[in-house]
Design a protein around this ligand. Structure first.
Ligand SMILES: Cc1cc2nc3c(=O)[nH]c(=O)nc-3n(C[C@H](O)[C@H](O)[C@H](O)COP(=O)(O)OP(=O)(O)OC[C@H]3O[C@@H](n4cnc5c(N)ncnc54)[C@H](O)[C@@H]3O)c2cc1C
Length: 439
């Protein structure tokens, strides 16, 4: 199944999910969706009617996933035309947003009302519902996945029923419904926990040797509110370590852990222009213009990449880095850049950071499935002793049964799927492989 998602049906890449050739593809162009069209209801009742008359239907966010998680042989539906509500409740420190909105749509409006999210992913262009459904994360020792901010959701379930569910009112089932791969229904709105708005400054260190990372992983990972380490596996070093410090931020020394402070803005892929990257060199800015690596007003690269990512227990960080270092030449042949981040544990059953403080090893590959296959296999073999959980939205060829076995609440999730989607309207091959109730 995953082999198909590695294959690229087109030689060039697309930023939208309808290609110029008329077929529906994801952002990277490596997934050709089987649905002929994407329905775009303008209201929740219209969505309910669509679901009621469909035998197989699935939500599509901004189509940034590299895996087949969003694919269906039925209908795809986008919520991008639903009224773009961003209801900020300053007294409750919460925001209720339409599910089809992107983080770049909601963040400035929250900030204008004095609120912020705890964290963001590297790219702000992804939809809130799509990011939440796959357990998308940013970085930071104390930062959980983006889904952990969700306190309530409205969703259209099988038959077109509209259901409200919240963390407080339904603590037994809620943790299973947030990161749900689209398998329990179509989320129409989410309520997110917020913090008082804050400013962030980011600095970048270049050329931090792996030996320093091994000796001081905890010090490096905790050196800022959000830390990202990048390597291309070519030189036994982190080519860059990005520190994102919340104000008041201490200015870091010129040299640290064998690396030197960058004197210019940089792109995570060394040598690429930094124009589409968020400002560095300690220039202060609002949280939503510093926590992502890429600016909202630019599209980073052009979808000319494939991605994989694996989350494992944080205690394995140094051993896992060493294991990957042993296959570095194989990785280097297919990787554009790797990113290593920490993610705090959450209690969401299908979150890759469920129940364990995690370290995430990410790979931005070249857009060539044949070149990626041996490198991905090598990465997976190196990480296998640490029982990694693959990112649901990225490429992995680890057997679905092995992955399912790494989620202690998977059987409970299967029961939830049966409860919320008895007729199987939201099924797809991808979710079925992991989570379809047996029998
Ligand atoms: C350049 C780039 C950078 C990235 N950076 C990060 C990163 O920093 N951290 C990280 O963890 N991941 C990252 N990702 C991965 C990305 O966050 C996930 O793939 C995420 O799911 C993308 O959101 P989307 O809106 O595109 O979802 P889609 O790919 O459109 O859909 C993903 C899943 O969500 C479901 N879904 C979408 N909308 C709804 C809804 N309304 N109701 C129910 N289910 C729904 C779909 O059915 C599908 O199962 C990155 C991806 C790219 C391309």
């Amino acid at each position: 199944m995953q082999g198909r998602s590695l294959r690229q049906p087109h030689s060039c890449c697309y930023r939208r999910y309808r290609s110029r050739m008329g077929s529906l593809v994801n952002w990277a162009g490596n997934v050709q969706f089987r649905a002929a069209t994407v329905d775009r209801p303008a209201s929740v009742p219209e969505l309910q009617r669509l679901v009621a008359r469909s035998t197989r239907i699935r939500a599509l966010g901004t189509a940034h996933s590299f895996s087949l998680v969003a694919d269906t042989d039925g209908d795809l539906v986008s919520l991008a035309r639903l009224p773009p509500a961003v209801d900020v409740d300053t007294s409750a420190a919460a925001v209720r947003v339409s599910a089809g909105l992107r983080y770049s749509d909601i963040a400035p409006r929250m900030h204008a009302r004095g609120l912020a999210l705890a964290n963001l992913a590297s790219l702000p262009h992804i939809s809130v519902a799509g990011a939440v459904a796959t357990g998308t994360h940013g970085s930071g020792d104390t930062n959980q996945s983006l889904a952990a901010a969700v306190t309530a959701m409205e969703l259209v379930t099988a038959g077109g029923d509209l259901v409200q569910i919240s963390r407080d009112a339904d603590p037994a089932r809620f943790p299973g419904l947030v990161v749900a791969l689209g398998a329990c229904g179509i989320v129409t709105s989410l309520t997110l926990d917020a913090l008082p708005a804050y400013a962030v400054r980011q600095w970048v260190y270049e050329d931090v040797p792996f030996a320093e990372v091994a000796a001081g992983f905890d010090e490096i990972a905790s050196a800022a509110y959000s830390v990202s380490m990048f390597t291309d596996w070519r030189h036994d070093q982190m080519t860059q370590v990005w520190l994102k410090r919340a104000e008041p931020a201490e200015v870091p020394p010129a040299r640290w852990r064998g690396g030197r402070l960058a004197s210019d803005d940089v792109h995570p892929i060394s040598g690429m222009p930094a124009d589409n990257c968020t400002p560095q060199l300690g220039r202060p800015g609002p949280w939503y213009e510093r926590l992502p690596h890429f600016r909202a007003e630019f599209t980073p690269s052009a979808g000319e990449e494939l991605q994989s990512e694996f989350l494992l227990g944080r205690e394995h960080a140094v051993d896992a880095l060493a294991a990957l270092g042993r296959v570095a030449p194989t990785l280097a042949r297919a990787v554009q850049v790797s990113e290593i981040r920490t993610v705090a544990a959450d209690n969401l059953w299908l979150s890759p950071a469920y129940g364990r403080d995690s370290v995430a090893f990410h790979f931005t590959w070249v857009p060539d499935a044949n070149a990626v296959a041996p490198a991905l296999a090598a990465a997976q073999a190196a990480l296998a002793p640490f029982e990694p959980r693959p990112h649901w939205g990225k490429l992995s060829t680890i057997a679905a049964g092995d992955v399912a076995g790494r989620y202690p609440r998977m059987d409970d999730f299967r029961r939830l799927v049966a409860e919320f989607d008895g007729p199987g309207q939201f099924r797809n091959d991808y979710a079925d492989a992991y989570a379809r109730p047996s029998g």
